[in-house]
Design a protein around this ligand. Sequence first.
Ligand code: PLP
Length: 357
Amino acid sequence: MSLVVPLRKQVERMRWYQPPPEGRAGRLRLDFNENTAGPAPAVLRALARLKPERISFYPEYLAAESKLAHFFGVRPEQLTVANGIDDALRLIADGFAEADKPLLLVEPTFTMYRFYADLLGARVITLRYDDRLCFPLDNVLRVLRRERPRLFFLANPNNPTGDLLAPRTIRRILEAGQRTMVVVDEAYYEFSGVTVAPWIRRYPNLIVTRTFSKAAGLAGLRLGCLISNAEVIAALRRLRAPFSVNAAALAAGLAVAASPGTMRRYVREVTAARGELERALTRLGVPVYPSAANFLLADFGERGPSLLARLQRRGILLRDRKSDFGRPGWVRITIGTRAQTRLLIRELERLWTPARS
Ligand SMILES: Cc1ncc(COP(=O)(O)O)c(C=O)c1O
């Protein structure tokens, strides 16, 4: 059946985001960088204690935002909540991107940046990591100075490469891009320990995003935060759908902020497990890239797709990143607990024979 009203031109031309396939429950989910151990007991208690009234009336944000701002070390007027970073990115794109105006991306990176850029018909300037997965800093600085893109979406650490830019590099980017809104997406901050959030006081062109989906384990509830100067935050609040973050997500996020111990222990567990997997892959002769996040990017080459299929049959899900590199074999592996990682390592040792040189 044809559409009675045609889709917008930009929408028709778009590449669609591939969400995770359904039916992942009960498997070892090492494919979408989620927390694999579940949220803190304090989160479950906060959800169980939600008063019926809280569920029946529309959510209120200011008191919660003030506590979250305290948790993130900024002032209440410098933070607002969103329905995950995905929603935060949409607000930013709605506010600052424009049809036919430049927007900068360094690919491969988080797919939703291009999704929103395309949705708005922005003119995307795409730079790429080189063959050794080095960030093209000089070209980025040149484009920022010459083209003055409206927006630059930058994940730090980046997904799927896992690399982390040093704060001094981000400073150079912010200084070269004084006419650009530089969005530093710190979805994996808890794992990297590196943030530029305090710099919102110094750089009016900086927006930082944070999420409770990864280390805190609230991906199913959807809670993200935008951090920037008060003027930017006031504008983004006006753009947000009035009740896009629900009461359960707020209660859960506040429970994490009040008792972050479980999350911090999980981060230490993942960091130890990441080291074990990196060493195991190297032993098996699989090229793997250093990562500051809760995942590793590995290159299994031609035999990658069949390995993935065999692991899947054994209930272990990894993410094929062929679409990022134009050839099969690139795989992103989410790091879970040490026990989960050792299970994966045992399966890899059973299924994978190193190529003969
Ligand atoms: C860099 C990056 N930003 C944002 C997100 C999405 O976060 P959220 O669940 O808060 O929408 C992801 C998820 O994979 C990500 O890798």
